[in-house]
Design a binder for this molecule. Structure first.
Ligand SMILES: Nc1nc2c(c(=O)[nH]1)N(C=O)[C@@H](CNc1ccc(C(=O)N[C@@H](CCC(=O)O)C(=O)O)cc1)CN2
Ligand SMILES: Nc1ncnc2c1ncn2[C@@H]1O[C@H](COP(=O)(O)OP(=O)(O)OP(=O)(O)O)[C@@H](O)[C@H]1O
Length: 204
């Protein structure tokens, strides 16, 4: 291999490390901002996000929706989960993957890995062919639909697998976490839409 190729590979490696460092720094800053919201501000903004969702065609056309239980002051969409016209699925962390289970109000919940609320492992599982929409919890999103998560790669892996990759995805954030451009890596898969308390963005 010539010097030029070696330099190219070194530069790619450096760019990759740099993007990871930037992601880590940005993640830390945004999580701090999110957790500095008062509970009242969090409740009000979360409810406005639920209203925005209910105005979106992707949401209105969906019967089976994958969502999440709010953790670390993520937008709390739980008022929507009582809508009995829809089927709601929630994730359990199983090793490096997510397993998806149906959940209805009054079904038992438990605390899983990372302290996140999860459905019971024996709750009925959901197959990707049944899913109309994946609501993706995000630390930040950008105009192109790129997303910053907690760094576990769970949604990156899910959305890169053929069975799941065709399902429409919608990122959920508060306005302060919307950017024109986030650092991204070659494994990141852009989202189709993003919802915040004031906007419903369709990504290119
Ligand atoms: N509400 C909710 N549920 C979710 C997700 C989410 O983003 N939100 N996930 C979306 O993926 C999965 C959980 N992913 C997570 C990944 C990492 C950490 C975490 O605490 N990481 C440590 C660093 C760990 C390390 O360095 O290895 C940290 O941030 O301190 C938490 C959740 C599944 N369930
Ligand atoms: N398709 C994939 N297959 C295998 N590993 C992957 C894949 N996508 C991402 N990863 C791994 O996951 C790790 C986390 O990636 P990244 O920092 O982009 O996470 P994130 O998007 O913030 O997290 P999450 O998806 O859990 O919310 C990376 O170390 C990466 O190597």
């Amino acid at each position: 291999m010539g010097t030029r190729e070696i330099r190219y590979i070194e530069n790619c490696t450096l760019l990759k490390i740099d993007s990871q460092l930037n992601k880590t720094k940005l993640r830390r800053r945004l999580l701090k901002t999110r957790q500095s919201m008062t509970v009242q501000e969090w409740r009000e903004k979360s409810d406005r996000i639920s209203d925005q969702l209910q105005n979106s065609p992707l949401f209105n056309q969906a019967t089976t929706i994958l969502a999440y239980f709010s953790f670390r002051q993520e937008p709390d969409l739980s008022p929507l989960f009582t809508d009995s016209q829809r089927r709601w699925g929630f994730p359990r962390c199983v090793g490096k993957s997510l397993s998806w289970h149906l959940w209805q109000p009054d079904d038992v919940l438990q605390v899983g890995e990372y302290g996140i609320t999860e459905p019971h492992p024996e709750a009925p599982t959901i197959d990707p062919t049944e899913v109309d929409l994946i609501i993706v919890p995000s630390v930040a999103c950008d105009r192109q639909g790129y997303r910053l998560g907690y760094g576990g790669g769970y949604y990156d892996r899910l959305l890169s697998s053929p069975a799941w990759s065709k399902i429409p995805t919608m990122g959920v954030i508060f306005d302060f976490a919307y950017f024109s451009q986030l650092p991204f890596d070659n494994w990141d898969k852009p989202l189709q839409a993003i919802v915040s308390e004031t906007h419903l963005f369709t990504c290119n």
